[in-house]
Design a protein. Structure first.
Length: 132
């Protein structure tokens, strides 16, 4: 598929600062923590000059979507994000590949208001698409 590039891994965690400290031990730097009221989660990006971008997501309360992931798997990767030039075109292409739209396009406060959508495929799991 053309026009798609890796963007980040999403990690569900209970406490952003605690998980960020663990990543700091292997050279990651912590960015600002942002509250996302649409998902009721706190989000923080971790950067490393030679490794992939990591997004930490922690629940604010029991209504957060990551609560079930944490209960089932503990702290763990749960989505892979890809950047695309046109979100609507990319969603159509992924739907042809049997991906199901889990979350329709919406602006993401943690990624400068760029539109994102989540899709699921039984052979690949949950992916996030972020529009360039």
């Amino acid at each position: 598929m053309e026009g798609i590039n890796f963007h980040h891994f999403g990690i569900a965690c209970k406490e952003i600062d605690k998980t960020a400290d663990a990543y700091a031990q292997i050279g990651y730097s912590k960015g600002d923590t942002i509250f996302d009221p649409l998902q009721n989660i706190n989000i923080c990006f971790l950067t490393h000059p030679e490794m992939p971008l990591v997004e930490l997501l922690s629940p604010v309360d029991e209504t957060s979507p990551v609560v079930l992931i944490l209960e089932k798997n503990g702290v763990s990767p749960y989505h892979t994000c890809y950047a695309v030039d046109d979100l609507d075109v990319a969603i159509k292409a992924f739907r042809r590949l049997r991906y199901v739209v889990v979350s329709k396009p919406k602006k993401a406060c943690a990624i400068a208001g760029r539109r994102v959508a989540f899709l699921y495929n039984a052979d690949m799991g949950l992916i996030e698409l972020v529009e360039n």
